[in-house]
Design a protein around this ligand. Structure first.
Ligand SMILES: Cc1cc2nc3c(=O)[nH]c(=O)nc-3n(C[C@H](O)[C@H](O)[C@H](O)COP(=O)(O)O)c2cc1C
Length: 323
């Protein structure tokens, strides 16, 4: 049974290609500590529609009444309101706007982090949509597109809007995922912003969290992405301030893995798609295993379902869970 815990809040970051509705539900079934899950972004197609896979991902019947905040990606008034209304009609009381996606294909179209160097554009768009917006708005941003100080120009403008939560991944988009998240720029944002700030970036272990919490003692809200996929026990470890060494983590992980396998091997067509999907997951899971490089290599080498199952079985039997 899924339990929510207090007092710090942990948000599960959206990770396109991984944190879909089935992953979120299976995660919540096996692991504790997450207060809120975000969907990967929804975006309208050229034909002004929501892709059916993205719509399926937010349908309430697929989301087991979990606390979910759907994310949208848009840079114009009409798409913004259309997506917001659609999600509100599905029962979502809060949506999240993506101002963080760093990929050039996105940013050069003035989407995601592509707007961060144009604070007035963001402010004007919010002015246009806010009066008609039905759900509450949370926003996820990076510290900048090209320069760390872009956020410092944007935050005073965001203060004019009733934003329910501002999630900051303090790393410029130009870096994609290279280098380190800049905790200092998050710290500088605290006195400038009047909003609830959520810290996001590079928390992979309990000690990473403790280190960042020591630098940001007033921060109560945290978002975890890659670290939580690699080690699904991490949110509970953080909440309980313990590594949970008394748990049989390998056995719980195995059940989690098997439920993902059962679902994806039926939901996807053809070995290549199924195995690619599982390989994407092991890219993260392998970090929690002894010999993580070898663990991932075994999975990568598997070209058939039988070989995959054998590789999983060897990983689970012959390696240990380290996280
Ligand atoms: C493969 C991948 C897909 C991502 N997809 C999204 C997305 O759809 N929306 C979003 O806001 N962030 C997305 N992110 C960014 C994460 O939500 C998060 O901000 C980032 O990974 C930093 O947090 P972490 O260090 O805890 O992973 C993605 C990141 C990765 C690596």
């Amino acid at each position: 049974m899924y339990r929510q815990t207090i007092p710090i809040k942990i948000h599960f970051a959206p990770i396109q290609g991984i944190t879909d509705y089935f992953f979120r539900s299976a995660f919540a079934h096996f692991f504790d500590g997450v207060d809120c899950f975000y969907t990967p972004y929804l975006r309208l197609t050229k034909g002004q529609e929501i892709k059916s896979s993205q719509y399926k991902d937010v349908l309430p019947e697929n989301n087991n009444e979990l606390p979910i905040i759907p994310q949208i990606m848009t840079n114009n008034h009409s798409d913004f309101l259309f997506l917001a209304e659609t999600l509100h009609n599905l029962g979502y009381s809060t949506i999240n706007w993506n101002l963080g996606c760093p990929y050039p294909m996105v940013t050069k179209r003035n989407l995601g982090a592509g707007m961060l160097d144009k604070p007035q554009f963001i402010s004007d768009l919010l002015t246009e949509v806010f009066d008609e917006l039905q759900p509450k708005l949370s926003i996820k941003i990076r510290s900048g597109l090209l320069a760390e100080n872009e956020i410092l120009n944007l935050l005073p403008l965001l203060n004019n809007f009733a934003i329910s939560d501002l999630i900051i991944h303090p790393r410029i988009a130009k870096l994609l995922y290279k280098g380190n998240a800049n905790v200092e720029i998050f710290k500088q944002s605290i006195p400038i912003s009047k909003h609830n700030l959520t810290y996001n970036g590079d928390i992979k272990t309990l000690s990473d969290f403790q280190d960042k919490q020591a630098q940001l003692p007033s921060t109560q809200s945290w978002m975890l992405g890659r670290g939580l996929i690699a080690n699904p026990f991490l949110a509970e470890q953080i909440k309980s301030n313990s590594l949970l060494t008394d748990r049989n983590k390998m056995s719980i992980f195995t059940e989690f893995h098997d439920s993902l396998w059962e679902h994806y091997s039926q939901a996807y067509y053809g070995n290549t798609q199924i195995l690619n999907k599982m390989r994407g997951l092991w890219e993260y899971f392998s970090f929690s295993f002894s010999n993580s490089h070898k663990v991932y290599k075994r999975i990568k080498k598997a070209k058939t379902v039988e070989a995959y199952q054998q590789a999983v079985s060897i990983n689970i039997r012959s390696e240990s869970w380290l996280a």
